[in-house]
Design a protein around this ligand. Structure first.
Ligand code: FMN
Length: 337
């Protein structure tokens, strides 16, 4: 099902959540190739943009195959967010500007950024309207449900952003205090979806294609925003898109497919950031590709210590051989029975 953020057409209901250290351009392109309708970059500091920090500006490079995509900014004051949004509007190829109102980490909320905004719907209105007034691209906001269970202003904050001219809202069904513990509360997401007239992306704990269908049916959200479940598993996006369209569940990727894709992801990250940084950033991501594959613990431990592309590739190749051998032995045993 197609939908729109402002005048930007999104071809389906599968959205990849912004994830720092994960949704850089290398991974976003992969997500697009695996069927995501819309992707959001990792959060980018408003001050980094204002001071033209080289690393920050590099984070905003957009590959032509990524569209439609959003660039997410975070910051603690209206003025700095407006300046950063204007920069994204005028100097980047992003289709959408997203404002982070969900980041729970101390370092961020201490500067009044991220989830700190959630404590005051009036401030949300004021800041979002200043941003929407200043830019041409559609503006969206990604929120959590509230600060803690005593300060849940999910509906108020979402409506404030809508009144302020936001073109869509995404909401993670946890409070700031929860961080990543407990469960995402899809009931609150339903309440928000019931009140909004602009498109709404439901987020939190969508782990399978069936979960995506369930959250869409239950909340009436426009799209399902998927974060952790896509890490090391872009097939989750293809499978979800296909399931939502047809009701048919495609098979999961085989270990061999996963290893091949991991190597491809590593190559693309190195193309983007060079071998030294690419390998180090891929250490943490590499293990997600092996999640759920039996006897991968030692391989994971080796990957997080690898120093070069060749070392990583050798580790992956050795593991692929071992897995294939085990598979052959199992098949032979089965035939002998
Ligand atoms: C490693 C990681 C980095 C994240 N970085 C961001 C970020 O930069 N901006 C943001 O709005 N949310 C960020 N999030 C939150 C996700 O976008 C999402 O809201 C959360 O993971 C819940 O969705 P999930 O259950 O599908 O993972 C991050 C989450 C993870 C796991």
């Amino acid at each position: 099902m197609k939908w729109k953020i402002g005048d930007v057409e999104i071809p389906n209901q599968v959205v990849v959540a912004p994830m720092a250290g994960v949704t850089n351009s290398a991974f976003r392109v992969i997500c697009k190739e695996f069927g995501a309708g819309y992707v959001v970059c990792e959060m980018i500091s408003d001050r980094g943009i204002m001071y033209h920090n080289k690393r920050t500006l590099n984070m905003m490079n957009v590959d032509p195959s990524e569209h439609p995509m959003g660039i997410q900014i975070f910051g603690g004051t209206k003025e700095t967010l407006v300046e950063a949004a204007k920069y994204v509007d005028e100097h980047t190829a992003a289709d959408v500007i997203d404002i982070n109102m969900g980041c729970p980490v101390n370092k961020v909320v201490k500067t009044d950024a991220g989830a700190r905004w959630l404590l005051d719907p009036n401030k949300v209105y004021e800041m979002v309207s200043s941003v929407t007034d200043a830019v041409k691209k559609p503006v969206t906001v990604k929120m959590r449900t509230g600060w803690d269970d005593k300060h849940i202003y999910a509906v108020e904050n979402a409506l404030a952003a809508e009144r302020a001219g936001a073109s869509a809202i995404a909401m993670h069904g946890r409070t700031r205090k929860q961080m990543y513990t407990g469960h995402a509360d899809w009931n609150i997401l339903k309440e928000v979806a019931d009140h909004l007239t602009i498109p709404f992306m439901a987020n939190g704990d969508i782990r399978t294609p069936e979960d995506a269908k369930k959250v869409l049916d239950m909340t009436g959200a426009t799209a399902a925003m998927i974060g952790r479940a896509a890490m090391g598993n872009p097939w989750m996006l293809t499978r979800t898109e296909h399931y939502l369209e047809t009701g048919e569940l495609l098979p999961e990727a085989t270990p061999n497919e996963k290893i091949k894709m991991a190597k491809e992801h590593l190559n693309r990250l190195i193309d983007l950031k060079g071998e030294y940084v690419g390998v180090r950033e891929f250490r943490g991501l590499s293990t997600y590709y092996l999640k759920g594959i039996p006897r991968s613990a030692r391989t994971k431990a080796a990957l997080v210590e690898a120093e070069t592309r060749d070392q990583m590739n050798e580790i992956f190749d050795r593991f692929a051989e071992q897995t294939a051998e085990r598979e052959m032995k199992r098949a032979a045993r089965k035939q002998a029975q």
